[in-house]
Design a binder for this molecule. Structure first.
Ligand code: UT7
Length: 330
């Protein structure tokens, strides 16, 4: 069975920037507090009318330009997002049409911050079985469309953006690509990070809007506690069962939710700062977008080379968590 590998990455963030200084004028906060407690200095925010499919389309166009495939070679498009353009059709259909992927099918996945990793594994299975040769996996979110900019606990964290990865089979004898993964959900944590209205439980009404139930509600400390414990735990599990430790990892690409969550995981895994990708200062937490955006940053900075052992990790709403181990293929 062919090993699925990532063979190209594209990304897109909107040009608009919301700085910590800007937020000081919107809620009771300070640049110093945000930097110290989260590591975030700014986030990119989409203009009114710009949706997840727009960012995803740009990311896929870049990916195609950087690969040897044409849009018409794409077999499958999976979009991980909690901010689809609309409830239906699926954002994957909009992207398929925008890029001219006339032979592709596709669908969306909703598992918040773990979205990209879960979509990566789903896409990888289609390649591993030989069913598909070119799978495009996208993680993207326009979080500004569901954030309450009067809630200082959530609005300081999130930003807009995303990225896309092309998954292809390794050639015979090629030893790169996905090695292993661990995924886990714990639905008992659902209430700690949720968007209460707009679904079948609480369809949108004037009342749900008056109660601001159409925005993300977060119990920050509860999510923080889960994330710090789980990031290290999931990484250790996937490393140990492959006879590896944190010291063997060439590059750690974690979900960017809070710099303190990342540094805590690194300390527990015995990793040093030069082997982790951090771009939270520039982009904030783009939910499903963080890992492909971080991969893109790593490639731009020359931090990734063929054969590197790469560890990806995510955790967030659900609660959901995951870690993927792979050997970089280009
Ligand atoms: O992508 C996955 C989803 N999300 C996450 O992973 C987020 C995880 N959680 C976090 O990153 C952190 O919990 C936050 C950044 C959201 C909050 O930081 P914290 O250190 O956990 O703060 P806290 O909620 O425990 O609040 C500490 C203090 C409180 O004041 P008092 O009660 O001690 O006087 C808060 O009212 O900080 C206050 N505070 C703020 N102060 C200035 C909370 N938010 C802010 C703010 N600016 N934006």
């Amino acid at each position: 069975m062919p090993i699925p590998k990532i063979s190209a990455v594209g990304a897109c963030v909107p040009p608009g920037i919301l700085s910590n200084k800007d937020l000081e004028g919107m809620v009771e906060t300070s640049d110093q507090w945000i930097v110290e407690r989260t590591g975030i200095r700014q986030r990119h925010i989409a203009e009114k009318g710009v949706a997840s499919s727009d960012l995803a389309t740009e990311a896929v166009k870049e990916l195609i330009a950087k690969s040897e495939i044409k849009a018409t070679d794409i077999d499958l498009i999976i979009v991980a997002t909690i901010t689809p353009d609309m409830q239906l059709p699926a954002t994957a259909c909009l992207v398929q049409n925008n890029v001219g992927a006339t032979k592709a099918w596709g669908f969306d996945m909703s598992i918040a911050c773990s979205g990209f990793l879960y979509a990566l594994q789903v896409g990888a299975q289609f390649v591993r079985t030989g069913a598909h040769q070119n799978v495009v996996v996208i993680g993207v979110d326009v979080m500004s469309s569901i954030i309450d900019y009067t809630d200082r606990q959530t609005c300081i964290i999130f930003g807009d953006g995303g990225g896309a990865a092309l998954i292809q089979p390794c050639a015979a004898g090629e030893e790169f690509g996905v090695i292993d993964f661990v995924h886990e959900v714990d639905g008992s944590g659902g209430v700690s990070l949720c968007l209460p209205a707009g679904g079948s439980r609480n369809p949108t009404t004037h009342e749900t809007i008056d109660k601001r139930m159409h925005y993300v509600h977060q119990d920050g400390p509860a999510v923080f506690k889960f994330a710090t414990r789980k990031m290290a735990e999931m990484c250790t599990r996937v490393l140990e069962r492959n006879g590896l430790t944190g010291k063997d990892v060439d590059l750690f690409i974690p979900h960017q939710a809070n710099l303190r969550i990342i540094t805590s995981a690194m300390e527990r895994l015995g990793m040093t700062m030069d082997r982790v990708v951090v771009n939270i200062d520039e982009y904030g937490n783009t939910t499903a977008g963080t890992i492909p955006l971080a991969m893109h940053s790593a490639l731009e900075k020359g931090m990734l080379k063929k054969g590197d052992l790469v560890l990806l990790a995510s955790m967030g709403a659900g609660f959901s968590a995951g870690a993927t181990l792979l050997r970089w293929a280009y």
